[in-house]
Design a protein around this ligand. Structure first.
Ligand SMILES: NC(=O)c1ccc[n+]([C@@H]2O[C@H](COP(=O)([O-])OP(=O)(O)OC[C@H]3O[C@@H](n4cnc5c(N)ncnc54)[C@H](OP(=O)(O)O)[C@@H]3O)[C@@H](O)[C@H]2O)c1
Length: 364
Protein backbone atom coordinates (compact mmCIF):
# COMPACT_ATOMS: atom_id res chain seq x y z
CA UNK A 1 0.00 0.00 0.00
CA UNK A 2 1.30 3.49 -0.88
CA UNK A 3 1.72 5.55 2.27
CA UNK A 4 3.15 8.78 0.95
CA UNK A 5 3.00 9.40 -2.80
CA UNK A 6 4.76 12.49 -4.09
CA UNK A 7 4.25 13.71 -7.65
CA UNK A 8 7.15 15.67 -9.16
CA UNK A 9 7.81 17.50 -12.41
CA UNK A 10 11.38 18.37 -13.39
CA UNK A 11 12.82 15.27 -11.68
CA UNK A 12 15.39 14.80 -14.46
CA UNK A 13 16.86 18.28 -13.91
CA UNK A 14 19.69 19.45 -11.66
CA UNK A 15 17.53 20.12 -8.59
CA UNK A 16 14.90 17.45 -9.23
CA UNK A 17 17.44 14.61 -9.35
CA UNK A 18 18.88 15.51 -5.97
CA UNK A 19 15.46 16.06 -4.44
CA UNK A 20 14.25 12.64 -5.60
CA UNK A 21 17.24 10.99 -3.91
CA UNK A 22 16.69 12.94 -0.70
CA UNK A 23 12.95 12.23 -0.56
CA UNK A 24 13.58 8.53 -1.10
CA UNK A 25 15.58 8.50 2.14
CA UNK A 26 12.22 8.45 3.85
CA UNK A 27 11.25 4.75 3.67
CA UNK A 28 7.51 5.40 3.28
CA UNK A 29 7.96 7.67 0.20
CA UNK A 30 7.03 6.75 -3.32
CA UNK A 31 7.60 9.25 -6.09
CA UNK A 32 5.74 9.60 -9.37
CA UNK A 33 7.87 11.62 -11.77
CA UNK A 34 6.64 13.37 -14.90
CA UNK A 35 8.95 12.69 -17.81
CA UNK A 36 8.84 13.89 -21.41
CA UNK A 37 8.70 11.08 -23.97
CA UNK A 38 11.77 12.04 -25.96
CA UNK A 39 12.39 9.46 -28.64
CA UNK A 40 11.20 6.08 -29.74
CA UNK A 41 12.71 4.28 -26.76
CA UNK A 42 10.25 1.99 -25.01
CA UNK A 43 8.81 3.08 -21.70
CA UNK A 44 10.91 0.45 -19.87
CA UNK A 45 14.16 1.53 -21.55
CA UNK A 46 13.42 5.17 -20.84
CA UNK A 47 12.69 4.46 -17.16
CA UNK A 48 15.94 2.52 -16.80
CA UNK A 49 17.90 5.33 -18.44
CA UNK A 50 16.28 7.95 -16.23
CA UNK A 51 17.01 6.07 -13.02
CA UNK A 52 20.64 5.67 -14.07
CA UNK A 53 20.85 9.37 -14.95
CA UNK A 54 19.31 10.34 -11.62
CA UNK A 55 21.73 7.99 -9.88
CA UNK A 56 19.09 5.80 -8.21
CA UNK A 57 19.75 2.07 -7.88
CA UNK A 58 17.19 -0.60 -8.72
CA UNK A 59 16.20 -1.05 -5.07
CA UNK A 60 15.32 2.62 -4.52
CA UNK A 61 14.08 2.81 -8.12
CA UNK A 62 11.29 0.40 -7.28
CA UNK A 63 9.69 3.31 -5.39
CA UNK A 64 9.75 5.56 -8.47
CA UNK A 65 6.87 5.51 -10.91
CA UNK A 66 7.41 7.19 -14.27
CA UNK A 67 4.51 9.07 -15.84
CA UNK A 68 4.89 10.35 -19.38
CA UNK A 69 3.74 13.88 -20.07
CA UNK A 70 4.67 17.42 -20.91
CA UNK A 71 3.90 20.48 -18.81
CA UNK A 72 2.91 22.48 -21.89
CA UNK A 73 -0.18 20.30 -22.29
CA UNK A 74 -3.49 20.52 -20.49
CA UNK A 75 -3.15 18.28 -17.37
CA UNK A 76 0.32 17.53 -18.77
CA UNK A 77 -1.31 15.18 -21.32
CA UNK A 78 -0.99 12.29 -18.92
CA UNK A 79 -2.92 9.05 -19.36
CA UNK A 80 -6.25 8.49 -17.61
CA UNK A 81 -4.90 5.62 -15.51
CA UNK A 82 -1.99 7.79 -14.32
CA UNK A 83 -4.44 10.55 -13.38
CA UNK A 84 -6.52 8.06 -11.43
CA UNK A 85 -3.38 6.81 -9.65
CA UNK A 86 -2.45 10.37 -8.62
CA UNK A 87 -6.01 11.16 -7.55
CA UNK A 88 -6.03 8.07 -5.39
CA UNK A 89 -2.68 8.41 -3.65
CA UNK A 90 -0.88 11.73 -4.20
CA UNK A 91 -0.30 13.82 -1.07
CA UNK A 92 2.36 16.26 -2.22
CA UNK A 93 2.98 17.76 -5.67
CA UNK A 94 6.35 19.38 -6.41
CA UNK A 95 6.26 21.51 -9.56
CA UNK A 96 9.92 21.98 -10.49
CA UNK A 97 10.00 21.73 -14.30
CA UNK A 98 10.91 24.92 -16.12
CA UNK A 99 12.92 26.27 -18.98
CA UNK A 100 15.94 27.55 -17.07
CA UNK A 101 17.95 28.91 -20.02
CA UNK A 102 18.46 32.60 -19.30
CA UNK A 103 18.46 33.25 -23.03
CA UNK A 104 15.15 31.44 -23.67
CA UNK A 105 12.75 33.24 -26.01
CA UNK A 106 9.63 35.00 -24.77
CA UNK A 107 7.44 32.34 -26.40
CA UNK A 108 9.31 29.35 -24.93
CA UNK A 109 9.41 30.86 -21.44
CA UNK A 110 5.71 31.73 -21.60
CA UNK A 111 4.78 28.25 -22.82
CA UNK A 112 6.86 26.20 -20.37
CA UNK A 113 7.17 28.40 -17.30
CA UNK A 114 3.83 30.22 -17.27
CA UNK A 115 1.67 27.73 -19.23
CA UNK A 116 3.35 24.80 -17.46
CA UNK A 117 2.56 26.29 -14.05
CA UNK A 118 -1.07 26.98 -15.05
CA UNK A 119 -1.41 23.33 -16.06
CA UNK A 120 0.25 22.23 -12.81
CA UNK A 121 -2.20 24.32 -10.78
CA UNK A 122 -5.15 22.94 -12.69
CA UNK A 123 -3.99 19.43 -11.88
CA UNK A 124 -3.25 20.36 -8.26
CA UNK A 125 -6.83 21.62 -7.82
CA UNK A 126 -8.13 18.31 -9.18
CA UNK A 127 -5.92 16.32 -6.83
CA UNK A 128 -7.03 18.51 -3.96
CA UNK A 129 -10.75 18.27 -4.71
CA UNK A 130 -10.96 14.65 -5.87
CA UNK A 131 -7.98 13.24 -4.02
CA UNK A 132 -5.73 13.64 -1.01
CA UNK A 133 -3.37 16.46 -2.01
CA UNK A 134 -2.07 18.21 1.09
CA UNK A 135 0.51 20.50 -0.42
CA UNK A 136 1.65 22.05 -3.72
CA UNK A 137 5.36 22.87 -3.57
CA UNK A 138 6.39 25.33 -6.23
CA UNK A 139 10.00 26.00 -7.28
CA UNK A 140 10.18 29.67 -8.06
CA UNK A 141 13.40 31.72 -8.10
CA UNK A 142 14.80 34.51 -5.95
CA UNK A 143 15.05 36.45 -9.22
CA UNK A 144 11.26 36.76 -9.60
CA UNK A 145 12.01 40.19 -8.20
CA UNK A 146 14.03 40.98 -11.37
CA UNK A 147 17.82 41.16 -11.24
CA UNK A 148 18.49 44.59 -12.68
CA UNK A 149 17.48 47.09 -10.02
CA UNK A 150 18.23 48.08 -6.44
CA UNK A 151 15.69 46.28 -4.37
CA UNK A 152 15.36 44.39 -1.13
CA UNK A 153 13.08 41.46 -1.99
CA UNK A 154 10.65 40.18 0.62
CA UNK A 155 9.59 36.56 0.81
CA UNK A 156 5.82 36.86 1.06
CA UNK A 157 5.20 39.43 -1.69
CA UNK A 158 6.14 40.08 -5.27
CA UNK A 159 7.28 43.59 -6.16
CA UNK A 160 4.71 45.63 -8.11
CA UNK A 161 7.16 46.92 -10.71
CA UNK A 162 10.14 44.60 -11.03
CA UNK A 163 12.99 45.15 -13.51
CA UNK A 164 13.82 41.99 -15.41
CA UNK A 165 17.02 41.03 -17.23
CA UNK A 166 15.45 38.29 -19.34
CA UNK A 167 12.28 36.34 -20.21
CA UNK A 168 13.19 33.61 -17.74
CA UNK A 169 12.78 36.07 -14.86
CA UNK A 170 9.59 37.68 -16.18
CA UNK A 171 7.99 34.30 -16.90
CA UNK A 172 8.84 33.02 -13.41
CA UNK A 173 7.30 36.22 -11.99
CA UNK A 174 4.08 35.59 -13.92
CA UNK A 175 4.10 31.94 -12.86
CA UNK A 176 4.57 32.79 -9.18
CA UNK A 177 1.73 35.31 -9.50
CA UNK A 178 -0.53 32.46 -10.68
CA UNK A 179 0.61 30.26 -7.79
CA UNK A 180 -0.12 33.08 -5.33
CA UNK A 181 -3.60 33.54 -6.81
CA UNK A 182 -4.29 29.83 -6.28
CA UNK A 183 -2.94 30.08 -2.74
CA UNK A 184 -5.29 32.99 -2.04
CA UNK A 185 -8.16 30.79 -3.24
CA UNK A 186 -7.27 28.04 -0.77
CA UNK A 187 -4.73 25.76 -2.43
CA UNK A 188 -2.16 24.77 0.23
CA UNK A 189 1.10 26.05 -1.23
CA UNK A 190 4.78 26.38 -0.28
CA UNK A 191 7.04 28.47 -2.53
CA UNK A 192 10.79 27.81 -2.65
CA UNK A 193 12.91 30.59 -4.12
CA UNK A 194 16.56 29.60 -4.61
CA UNK A 195 19.12 32.05 -5.98
CA UNK A 196 21.68 30.66 -8.49
CA UNK A 197 22.17 26.99 -7.68
CA UNK A 198 25.75 25.71 -7.89
CA UNK A 199 27.69 22.62 -6.79
CA UNK A 200 27.81 20.81 -3.47
CA UNK A 201 29.19 22.79 -0.51
CA UNK A 202 31.95 20.28 0.25
CA UNK A 203 32.76 18.70 -3.10
CA UNK A 204 31.57 21.21 -5.69
CA UNK A 205 29.76 18.35 -7.44
CA UNK A 206 26.75 19.08 -9.64
CA UNK A 207 25.07 16.90 -12.29
CA UNK A 208 24.96 19.59 -14.96
CA UNK A 209 26.72 22.90 -15.41
CA UNK A 210 23.76 25.14 -16.13
CA UNK A 211 22.68 28.76 -15.47
CA UNK A 212 25.86 30.60 -14.30
CA UNK A 213 28.53 28.05 -15.31
CA UNK A 214 28.50 28.69 -19.10
CA UNK A 215 29.03 32.37 -18.35
CA UNK A 216 32.09 31.67 -16.18
CA UNK A 217 33.42 29.30 -18.84
CA UNK A 218 33.49 32.04 -21.49
CA UNK A 219 35.75 34.16 -19.31
CA UNK A 220 37.87 31.27 -18.06
CA UNK A 221 38.51 30.14 -21.65
CA UNK A 222 39.34 33.65 -22.84
CA UNK A 223 36.37 33.94 -25.23
CA UNK A 224 35.45 37.17 -23.44
CA UNK A 225 37.94 39.44 -21.70
CA UNK A 226 35.85 42.42 -20.52
CA UNK A 227 33.02 42.48 -18.05
CA UNK A 228 30.73 45.41 -17.18
CA UNK A 229 30.48 45.31 -13.38
CA UNK A 230 32.30 46.47 -10.24
CA UNK A 231 34.74 44.36 -8.26
CA UNK A 232 32.68 44.84 -5.10
CA UNK A 233 29.41 43.72 -6.75
CA UNK A 234 28.09 40.44 -5.47
CA UNK A 235 26.39 37.46 -7.12
CA UNK A 236 24.11 35.25 -5.09
CA UNK A 237 24.96 31.56 -5.47
CA UNK A 238 23.74 28.75 -3.26
CA UNK A 239 25.12 25.21 -2.87
CA UNK A 240 22.77 22.51 -4.12
CA UNK A 241 22.95 20.38 -0.95
CA UNK A 242 21.72 23.34 1.10
CA UNK A 243 18.80 23.91 -1.30
CA UNK A 244 17.77 20.26 -1.04
CA UNK A 245 18.12 19.92 2.72
CA UNK A 246 16.45 23.28 3.37
CA UNK A 247 13.56 22.45 1.01
CA UNK A 248 12.89 19.14 2.76
CA UNK A 249 13.00 20.76 6.19
CA UNK A 250 10.73 23.60 5.05
CA UNK A 251 8.14 21.30 3.47
CA UNK A 252 8.12 19.02 6.52
CA UNK A 253 7.24 21.91 8.84
CA UNK A 254 3.50 22.70 8.98
CA UNK A 255 4.32 26.39 9.51
CA UNK A 256 5.58 26.63 5.94
CA UNK A 257 2.12 26.39 4.41
CA UNK A 258 1.17 29.41 2.32
CA UNK A 259 4.57 31.03 2.63
CA UNK A 260 7.58 31.65 0.40
CA UNK A 261 11.22 31.00 1.33
CA UNK A 262 14.38 32.59 -0.01
CA UNK A 263 16.93 29.79 -0.22
CA UNK A 264 19.96 31.96 -0.84
CA UNK A 265 23.42 32.86 0.44
CA UNK A 266 23.30 35.38 3.30
CA UNK A 267 26.71 36.76 2.34
CA UNK A 268 27.18 36.31 -1.40
CA UNK A 269 30.70 36.45 -2.86
CA UNK A 270 31.93 39.45 -4.84
CA UNK A 271 33.14 39.57 -8.42
CA UNK A 272 36.55 40.63 -7.08
CA UNK A 273 36.73 37.50 -4.92
CA UNK A 274 35.89 35.25 -7.89
CA UNK A 275 38.51 36.86 -10.13
CA UNK A 276 41.12 36.59 -7.39
CA UNK A 277 40.42 32.89 -6.87
CA UNK A 278 40.77 32.33 -10.64
CA UNK A 279 44.05 34.25 -10.72
CA UNK A 280 45.51 32.53 -7.65
CA UNK A 281 44.55 29.02 -8.57
CA UNK A 282 45.01 28.99 -12.34
CA UNK A 283 47.77 30.98 -13.94
CA UNK A 284 46.44 30.07 -17.41
CA UNK A 285 43.20 32.05 -16.93
CA UNK A 286 43.49 35.05 -19.25
CA UNK A 287 43.27 38.48 -17.55
CA UNK A 288 39.73 39.83 -17.24
CA UNK A 289 39.12 43.56 -17.36
CA UNK A 290 36.35 44.85 -15.12
CA UNK A 291 34.77 47.98 -16.60
CA UNK A 292 32.36 50.36 -14.88
CA UNK A 293 29.01 49.58 -16.61
CA UNK A 294 28.49 53.33 -17.23
CA UNK A 295 31.64 53.43 -19.36
CA UNK A 296 31.26 50.06 -21.02
CA UNK A 297 31.18 50.46 -24.82
CA UNK A 298 30.19 47.39 -26.76
CA UNK A 299 31.50 48.85 -30.00
CA UNK A 300 35.05 48.87 -28.56
CA UNK A 301 35.02 45.06 -28.55
CA UNK A 302 36.08 42.79 -31.37
CA UNK A 303 33.28 41.62 -33.70
CA UNK A 304 33.49 38.13 -32.19
CA UNK A 305 33.32 39.48 -28.62
CA UNK A 306 30.32 41.65 -29.54
CA UNK A 307 28.48 38.63 -30.86
CA UNK A 308 29.20 36.54 -27.76
CA UNK A 309 28.46 39.48 -25.50
CA UNK A 310 25.01 39.94 -27.07
CA UNK A 311 24.18 36.37 -26.03
CA UNK A 312 25.31 37.09 -22.50
CA UNK A 313 23.25 40.18 -21.84
CA UNK A 314 20.49 38.20 -20.08
CA UNK A 315 23.07 37.19 -17.45
CA UNK A 316 24.38 40.60 -16.54
CA UNK A 317 21.88 41.38 -13.80
CA UNK A 318 23.31 38.46 -11.80
CA UNK A 319 26.71 40.14 -11.63
CA UNK A 320 25.46 43.48 -10.45
CA UNK A 321 24.07 42.28 -7.14
CA UNK A 322 21.89 45.21 -6.19
CA UNK A 323 19.04 42.85 -5.49
CA UNK A 324 19.10 41.56 -1.92
CA UNK A 325 16.90 38.95 -0.29
CA UNK A 326 15.13 38.90 3.04
CA UNK A 327 15.47 35.44 4.64
CA UNK A 328 13.26 35.82 7.71
CA UNK A 329 10.94 32.90 6.85
CA UNK A 330 13.80 30.55 5.96
CA UNK A 331 15.83 31.33 9.09
CA UNK A 332 12.76 30.93 11.27
CA UNK A 333 11.89 27.49 9.89
CA UNK A 334 15.49 26.23 9.87
CA UNK A 335 16.11 27.25 13.47
CA UNK A 336 16.64 24.09 15.51
CA UNK A 337 16.94 21.79 12.47
CA UNK A 338 20.74 21.83 12.47
CA UNK A 339 20.72 23.21 8.89
CA UNK A 340 22.81 26.37 8.71
CA UNK A 341 22.58 29.12 6.12
CA UNK A 342 25.34 28.38 3.56
CA UNK A 343 28.83 29.84 3.45
CA UNK A 344 29.77 31.04 -0.02
CA UNK A 345 33.25 32.32 0.72
CA UNK A 346 36.58 32.11 -1.09
CA UNK A 347 37.08 28.46 -0.04
CA UNK A 348 33.70 27.54 -1.52
CA UNK A 349 34.51 29.27 -4.82
CA UNK A 350 37.75 27.29 -4.98
CA UNK A 351 35.84 24.05 -4.38
CA UNK A 352 33.41 24.85 -7.20
CA UNK A 353 36.13 25.70 -9.69
CA UNK A 354 38.30 22.71 -8.76
CA UNK A 355 35.36 20.37 -9.38
CA UNK A 356 34.56 21.97 -12.76
CA UNK A 357 38.24 21.59 -13.73
CA UNK A 358 38.51 18.04 -12.40
CA UNK A 359 35.61 16.77 -14.52
CA UNK A 360 36.86 18.66 -17.59
CA UNK A 361 34.15 21.32 -17.80
CA UNK A 362 36.72 24.10 -17.40
CA UNK A 363 39.91 23.58 -19.37
CA UNK A 364 42.23 25.82 -17.36
N1 LIG B 1 19.29 25.98 -11.23
C1 LIG B 1 19.15 27.17 -10.69
O1 LIG B 1 20.11 27.93 -10.54
C2 LIG B 1 17.80 27.63 -10.19
C3 LIG B 1 17.75 28.77 -9.39
C4 LIG B 1 16.52 29.23 -8.93
C5 LIG B 1 15.38 28.54 -9.25
N2 LIG B 1 15.45 27.45 -10.03
C6 LIG B 1 14.20 26.77 -10.37
O2 LIG B 1 14.30 25.42 -9.95
C7 LIG B 1 13.67 24.57 -10.90
C8 LIG B 1 14.63 23.49 -11.35
O3 LIG B 1 15.80 24.07 -11.92
P1 LIG B 1 16.95 23.14 -12.51
O4 LIG B 1 18.18 23.95 -12.54
O5 LIG B 1 16.93 21.83 -11.83
O6 LIG B 1 16.43 22.97 -14.01
P2 LIG B 1 17.01 22.07 -15.17
O7 LIG B 1 18.21 21.31 -14.75
O8 LIG B 1 17.10 22.96 -16.38
O9 LIG B 1 15.83 21.02 -15.41
C9 LIG B 1 14.60 21.40 -15.90
C10 LIG B 1 13.64 20.26 -15.73
O10 LIG B 1 12.36 20.66 -16.28
C11 LIG B 1 11.95 19.65 -17.21
N3 LIG B 1 11.14 20.24 -18.27
C12 LIG B 1 11.43 21.31 -19.03
N4 LIG B 1 10.46 21.52 -19.92
C13 LIG B 1 9.53 20.55 -19.71
C14 LIG B 1 8.29 20.24 -20.33
N5 LIG B 1 7.80 20.95 -21.35
N6 LIG B 1 7.57 19.19 -19.85
C15 LIG B 1 8.06 18.44 -18.82
N7 LIG B 1 9.24 18.69 -18.21
C16 LIG B 1 9.96 19.73 -18.66
C17 LIG B 1 13.25 19.07 -17.75
O11 LIG B 1 13.00 17.84 -18.37
P3 LIG B 1 13.98 17.20 -19.50
O12 LIG B 1 14.96 16.36 -18.75
O13 LIG B 1 13.04 16.40 -20.35
O14 LIG B 1 14.59 18.34 -20.25
C18 LIG B 1 14.06 18.97 -16.47
O15 LIG B 1 13.65 17.86 -15.72
C19 LIG B 1 13.15 25.48 -12.01
O16 LIG B 1 11.80 25.76 -11.77
C20 LIG B 1 13.96 26.73 -11.88
O17 LIG B 1 13.26 27.87 -12.32
C21 LIG B 1 16.64 26.96 -10.50
Amino acid sequence: MVRNLIFMTGATGVLGQELVKELLQSPDSEIAILVRAKNRASHGERVKKILTAIGVDAHLGSRIHVIEGDVTHHKFGIRKEDLAYLERDCRAFYHIAALTALNGTERECQQINVGGTEHALELAWDLRKKGKLERFVYFSTAFVAGSVWNHSSKEDVLPAQPAFANYYESSKYKAETKVREAMAKGLPVTIIRPSIVVGHSETGAVSDFNVIYPFIKLFAHGVLSKIPTHLQNTFNIVPIDFVIRATCAIVKDPRSLNKAFHVVAPEPPSIGMLLKVGEEEYSTVPPIEVIDPRHFKKNKMSAQEQMVFAMLEPYLGYLNGHLTFDTTNTREILRGTGIKMPKTDRAFLKTLIRYAVKVGYLAI
